[in-house]
Design a binder for this molecule. Sequence first.
Ligand code: SF4
Length: 181
Amino acid sequence: MRKLQNKKLCQDVRSLKNSEFVQEALNLGCLDAKIIMVESIITGHWVRLKCQYGCKSFANTLTCPPYSLCIEDMWDLLGEYRQGLLVKGESDEFVRNAVADLENKFVSNGFHKAFGLGSGACQLCTPCELENGCKYPDKARPSMTSCGIDVFKTVQSNGWKSSPLAPKDSRTEHFGLVLIN
Ligand code: SF4
């Protein structure tokens, strides 16, 4: 029975793959985009540990830990969605802007729960307005990593090839996610 349900869900996803969601991402300049099931999103406590011990943005922007969603809250959030749009872009900055734009487009098309998760720390302001609150709340979005998502496993589990072993600065592929419905 579970297999049958999964098959039905996959069929739904395939029908959306050709829909305007993917095309909207490609129109914005994303290198690729695909509709994925939320069940395929992989999380790990270790991801946040890497933010805390190894990233200079930790506690320095409102989109990074400890301000971003903890993994337990992320699990709850993912439980409220069925599918999302995984996007690939050429830089963190591009992906951050793209997921915010896509979120807005999807919301204005009736997908009121749409929410974007970007790549890397927000760098819209220098420094981040930690004391006074976010200056651009419509544009700033937490990265997938900052909420405990294992980006590379998630990407790989959805059929895209990508390696976390490439040096961060030389990476040509960056990933984001827009939770849709
Ligand atoms: S938009 Fe500015 S204030 Fe908001 S999270 Fe980004 S850097 Fe911080």
